[in-house]
Ligand binder design. Structure first.
Ligand code: HEM
Ligand SMILES: *[C@@H]1O[C@H](CO)[C@@H](O)[C@H](O)[C@H]1NC(C)=O
Ligand SMILES: *[C@@H]1O[C@H](CO)[C@@H](O)[C@H](O)[C@H]1NC(C)=O
Ligand SMILES: *[C@@H]1O[C@H](CO)[C@@H](O)[C@H](O)[C@H]1NC(C)=O
Length: 329
């Protein structure tokens, strides 16, 4: 009986996120056949002008999917008394919302009222990863596409609720491996998904505030987390100090932070991971072995990342197709 109700409860929790909407690759084949190229162009145009754009889009999609499912709740503006997710505490690295707005405008011009903002964000995140691949950066000038890509299932609906208070449901950079595993399991994602998706940290930038717990006042007896390589810790401290811990001070997530590769996993094993949550992947034998596999094979990483991205981006939750990604209909 207890087992039965536990099962029912977990089914209910999952159904809040994932049942009810079925996604498919050819969802817009008849209603908006060019949707993918329209979005790709918007992402590419923006990324050409600002190389911080791909990382921003990837993280935005992750934040969207982890709160109320991938329902574009992250895109809604605060309104009246309601403070939206994007104005909640972990908003420091959310940016480039304008890219989604531009893509939405272009998509609406081609097929009004058809394509959800949640689908636009899922496609833009995929395009961001493809652009981040070195090979495709090079091939971009020669051919239209190239580099590792994948089919994104479509048919998500946009939600009508976005609350800053719910952003505490996102995993924190101070999380240990059990907390991370639990946060992912709550969304139907496995330990393998956790290790593969953490590889998203091959792109982008981190502010000092996100890792300061490790380089100052680690605990009451130790100033610097002894699990960080000493020279790396020293360089993090001097970067953050030099800028006087200014709000925008920080470091690239990895030295090749504009190219999508498996450097992230190599860095963890060199004790050069930025967050406690990154180095925590080595604290369970199973996740450590996976990180090892991804550190030694970019191909194994890419395959696993794609599989887990499809899984994460298929957590659905919305009800409508928004006309403007910033406001509910
Ligand atoms: C496993 C739990 C995760 C934690 C605790 C975490 C935490 C963080 C933190 C603290 C930052 C830096 C924010 C800042 O200081 O600006 C960050 C950045 C980033 N994260 Fe994660 N993250 C996680 C998972 C993911 C996943 C699953 C993805 C995507 C697949 C992802 C993609 C990114 C990207 C691309 C950035 C850089 C953003 C930018 O440069 O604009 N993260 N993450
Ligand atoms: C981020 O969140 C903080 C705290 O909720 C808020 O004061 C700030 O205005 C937000 N920043 C942005 C860029 O939305
Ligand atoms: C992770 O943190 C939680 C909460 O602080 C704690 O209960 C748990 O024992 C920790 N797990 C590990 C593996 O350190
Ligand atoms: C502080 O961290 C160090 C290194 O992990 C550890 O050896 C020490 O026991 C910790 N001290 C306290 C008071 O938790």
């Amino acid at each position: 009986m207890a087992a039965m109700s536990a099962l029912l409860t977990s089914l209910l929790i999952l159904s809040n996120f994932s049942l009810g909407t079925s996604l498919s690759s050819n969802y817009y084949a008849k209603t908006c056949p060019n949707v993918e190229s329209v979005i790709r162009k918007a992402v590419r145009d923006a990324a050409t002008r600002d190389k911080k754009v791909p990382a921003a889009l990837l993280r935005m999609h992750f934040h969207d999917c982890f709160i109320r499912g991938c329902d574009a709740s992250v895109l809604l503006d605060s309104k009246g008394k309601n403070t939206a997710e994007k104005d909640g505490p972990p908003n420091v690295s959310l940016h480039a919302f304008y890219v989604i707005d531009n893509a939405k405008k272009a998509v609406e011009a081609a097929c009004p009222g058809i394509v959800s903002c949640a689908d636009i964000l899922a496609l833009a995140a995929r395009d961001a990863v493809v652009l981040g691949s070195k090979r495709s950066m090079f091939l971009m000038f020669l051919v239209q596409s190239g580099g590792p890509s994948w089919d994104v299932p479509k048919g998500r609906k946009d939600g009508r609720t976005s609350k800053a208070s719910e952003t505490i449901q996102l995993p924190a950079p101070t999380f240990n491996i059990s907390q991370l595993q639990q946060s992912f399991a709550h969304r139907g994602l496995s330990l393998e998904d956790l290790v593969a998706l953490s590889g998203g940290h091959t792109l982008g930038f981190s502010h000092c505030s996100s890792f300061k717990n490790r380089i100052h006042n680690f605990n009451s007896t130790t100033d610097v987390d002894p699990s960080i390589h000493p020279s790396f810790a020293a360089s993090l401290r001097s970067t953050c100090l030099a800028k006087n811990n200014a709000k925008n001070a920080g470091v690239p997530m990895d030295p090749s932070s504009t190219s999508f590769d498996n450097t992230y996993y190599k860095l963890i094993f060199q004790q050069k991971a930025l967050f406690s949550s990154d180095k925590a992947l080595l604290d369970f034998p199973k996740s450590k072995n996976l990180a090892m596999k991804f550190a030694s094979s970019k191909d194994a990483f890419t395959k696993a990342f794609i599989k887990s991205m499809i899984k994460m981006s298929s957590i659905t939750g919305g009800q409508e197709v928004r006309k403007d990604c910033k406001v509910v209909n």
